[in-house]
Design a protein. Structure first.
Lengths: 147, 147
DNA sequence: GCGATTATATCGCAGAGCGATATAAATGCC
DNA sequence: GGCATTTATATCGCTCTGCGATATAATCGC
């Protein structure tokens, strides 16, 4: 309950962090559109490709990974299937479930995008860490337990 | 031109980072809606409150801070003005410009949200840093020059 | 078997973002 | 000063996105 008010500097730090984050997301959106994808479609493709071990990519699991309501994911998968990026397959054990798979087209479009994202992340990480550190009170590049 | 292909582990690391990011953004969206705001409206309020020193909050400047096209910001400000969150004021020196100001209501709603965001950022920063480090090759909490 | 739960789907709606285009003020050039 | 160019906002029509409410079907508990 301490610290009930933020200083001007803290509002600036919060705004600055969001600005950094937006620049990163903007890069991602532009990269996706440049590859002929909607930004959200790219997120689903990546989630499919980077699924944790042994987890089936059902609608519900994908909705959780992208932090969306399940019916939002249903609609997203509808649009992506219409563009031949993914395909639905009925679940084997539980017939209520629907498993989503990448199509060859979906597989093809991802590598270039992911390479570009890794490069961009490496490039902007320092700035991102700096503005995050300004908020959490850590000093970048030094010992952390000082406060 | 080295490293032209990503490993499965790297796809997973990318997906994991995006998942962390989405959880953070989701928290922010939920917090904004819980305060009776659209998520984007919250972003504009924060940008206004955390404006860098001596910069006038024109439509163009705001569009840059939120990484949106200017006409998207025009529409956003339209909707926010209709909800009495901000007000337009004609620019003094350049009469083409429009300066955006917070209304008392816009001022009132922000502090609680920003406090919650600072707390959340402090809470999730370690997980975020870890998944970012997995991509940039840094080892969290250890020496960094090892690779 | 049967009510409760879970997984996906459908519907109607509003916010968001974009490209194309428009308008008005400021600027550069002569 | 006059006029083309540039800059700052605004308007229009569109699609994607995301939600709540509701529906359907399979599974689970007992």
């Amino acid at each position: 309950m301490a610290d009930e008010r933020l200083t001007v500097a803290e509002y600036r730090a919060l705004a600055e962090f969001r600005c950094q984050l937006r620049r990163l997301l903007r890069f991602s959106e532009d990269a996706a559109r440049g590859a002929g994808l909607e930004p959200q479609h790219h997120q689903v493709l990546l989630a499919l490709r980077g699924m944790p071990d042994g987890t089936a990519a059902t609608i519900g699991v994908l909705a959780d990974r992208l932090q969306l309501r399940h019916h939002t994911m249903v609609e997203l998968i509808d649009r992506m299937a219409a563009r031949n990026l993914v395909r639905r397959r009925p679940g084997t054990t539980d017939r209520r479930q629907v498993v989503v798979r990448l199509t060859p087209r979906g597989e093809r479009v991802l590598p270039r995008l992911s390479l570009a994202h890794r490069a961009e992340l490496r490039a902007v990480a320092p700035a991102l860490l700096r503005s995050l550190a300004a908020l959490t009170g850590d000093r970048p590049g030094r010992a952390v337990r000082g406060r």
